[in-house]
Design a protein around this ligand. Structure first.
Ligand code: ATP
Length: 360
């Protein structure tokens, strides 16, 4: 098949016995983007990825690569390559042989000479910065290097779509951050469309052009990292991505650009930004801890007064919990600020940073 760039899922559903692993999922993945499916364990991410690869067939719905319906197309005809969490390298083969394998089995079909295979393997190894490691065996490599081999092996066949299933989960924290950058660099330099599966929200935000948030088989929201972080449209996203203060409230006034919401637990009214125009009655308010300011400067600010319950110096910030009314909230404040426990504190928070969602 020809060059594949765009992927479209339309109402895709997959059931295993009584479990709806993927429930009516529709997504559009654009040319050359790194698209991440993010969600907790068991939410259906891997199943979605496996249906894109063709390892699983949906019970309902369609999958398109560009305008071609590939729902029932065999995996090896899809021009995709997958990188797995556990690398899945062959231990008895050298790095070179591992990477060359996919080309060797297709040697006749692709009309490749040994020289061409060698050239392409070397190129792939250069791309993942493993030149000179051709003769090593997987067990002689670090975890990060093994993952690079797995990446080279996927890329050497020049797939049009790269699928990555939790590729960094087995690496330590420092290496994970390094490999995030690497994967993004390689993906962008090849301009290849990539679908990335992870349960790690920081990984998703740092690496992705766009993120789909999945829970219980459903895609709840998708957008750029900034969109889903700053404008969560549902409580699950607000809680799963980053940290949120969440309060229940009742709309008491509607202005053109903001709402006034009565929050009984805090015993205050807060100005808030509605996530959709038709909100009425009960709402949930979401406030990120970093949205609070020690100084209140502008007219836009809500003022929240409370008593410091707890303060923790965390190096890059001071985390403070203040008791307000019957409840409390967490604020991330500058690291040069350290309030006394029990002292009174007034914090500002712009209504632009108080998001009102439907309460469910
Ligand atoms: P994890 O991060 O733990 O891999 P996931 O989000 O990738 O989770 P899936 O592996 O897609 O989730 O699984 C979604 C649901 O479908 C789970 O409840 C899982 O137990 C179930 N499931 C997945 N594959 C099968 C299968 N082959 N047979 C039966 N149930 C399955």
């Amino acid at each position: 098949m020809g060059p594949v760039t765009r992927i479209r899922l339309e109402g895709v559903t997959k059931t295993y016995g009584a479990v709806k692993a993927v429930d009516n999922v529709s997504l559009e993945i654009r040319d050359g983007e790194l698209f991440t499916i993010l969600g907790p364990s068991g939410c259906g991410k891997t199943t979605t990825l496996r249906m894109i690869a063709g390892f699983e067939v949906p019970d309902e719905g369609k999958i398109y690569f560009d305008d071609e319906d590939v729902t029932f197309l065999k995996p090896y005809l899809r021009n995709t390559a997958m990188v797995f969490q556990n690398y899945a390298l062959w231990p008895h083969m050298t790095v070179f042989e591992n990477v060359a394998y996919g080309l060797k089995i297709r040697k006749k079909q692709l009309k490749l000479s040994d020289e061409e295979i060698e050239k392409r393997v070397k190129e792939a190894l250069r791309l993942v910065k493993l030149e000179g490691m051709e003769d090593r065996y997987p067990l002689q490599l670090s975890g990060g290097q093994q993952q690079r081999v797995a990446l080279a092996r996927a890329l050497v066949v020049q797939p049009k779509v790269l699928l990555l299933d939790e590729p960094l989960s087995n690496l330590d924290a420092k290496l994970r951050i390094e490999m995030r950058e690497e994967i993004k660099r390689i993906q962008k330099s090849l301009g290849i469309t990539a679908v990335y599966v992870t349960h790690d929200q920081l990984e998703a935000m740092s690496i992705s052009d766009r993120i789909a948030i999945m829970d219980k088989g459903k895609v709840l929201q998708y957008g750029t990292p900034r969109e889903v972080y700053f404008r969560p449209t549902n409580l699950f996203t607000a809680e799963f991505l980053g940290r949120s203060n969440i309060f229940r409230g009742r709309i008491v006034e509607k202005q053109d650009s903001y709402l006034v919401v009565r929050v009984e637990d805090l015993d205050i009214d807060l100005k808030a930004t509605p996530i959709q125009p038709d909100l009425t009655g009960e709402v949930a308010l979401v406030i990120r801890p970093e949205s609070f300011k020690v100084e209140q400067s502008s007219q836009e600010d809500n003022i929240v007064r409370g008593r410091v319950d707890f303060a923790m110096f965390l190096g890059d910030r001071t985390e403070v919990r203040i008791k307000v009314g019957k409840s409390s909230l967490i604020a991330y404040l500058p690291n040069n600020f350290y309030p006394e426990i029990g002292s009174e504190l007034a914090l500002g928070v712009s209504w632009r940073n108080v998001i009102a969602l439907p309460y469910k």
